[in-house]
Design a protein around this ligand. Structure first.
Ligand SMILES: [Cu+2]
Length: 144
């Protein structure tokens, strides 16, 4: 009886530990910034590296100060910079989403309120995991 109880307890402990492990932050961001737009320009770009230890797709990025935020790829074709909308880009344990100047980036359209250099903006990212569960994360981007 006691032995049975012990087994039950350790099983519970195991569940507890594993739920704690799964509850840890599996999506992290670094080098997140938004480029200060040139005066009179209504569009700018954002950059960051997003890592995840599970497979994810980026479904949506938003912030109330912008009408629309898209993910773009950038490619040189015959000396011309070509931007394309990225549809549900993937992030995986060994493939972070790297958004950097001259490469893939966030494109932020329709700025409502003027950006100030050094201010932080919260961008809301909606992800979907491999089981189609929605995961919402808010990441800070600094304007510079
Ligand atoms: Cu773009």
């Amino acid at each position: 009886m006691i032995r049975h109880l012990k087994m039950k307890l350790s099983f519970l402990t195991l569940i507890l530990i594993s739920s704690i492990v799964f509850a840890t932050d599996e999506i992290t961001i670094s080098k997140a910034f938004i480029k200060m737009p040139r005066p009179g320009v209504d569009v700018t770009a954002g950059f960051a590296t997003i890592k995840a230890d599970i497979d994810l797709k980026v479904m949506k990025v938003s912030n109330k100060n912008f009408k629309n935020i898209e993910l773009h790829s950038m490619k040189m074709t015959y000396g011309v910079m070509e931007m394309r909308k990225l549809v549900e880009p993937k992030i995986g344990p060994n493939s972070p989403l790297v958004l950097s100047p001259g490469n893939d980036h966030l494109m932020l359209f329709g700025i409502n309120e003027k950006l100030k250099s050094g201010e932080n903006l919260d961008l809301t990212f909606v992800f979907k995991d491999s089981k189609d569960n929605k995961i919402t994360k808010v990441f800070k981007f600094v304007v510079k």
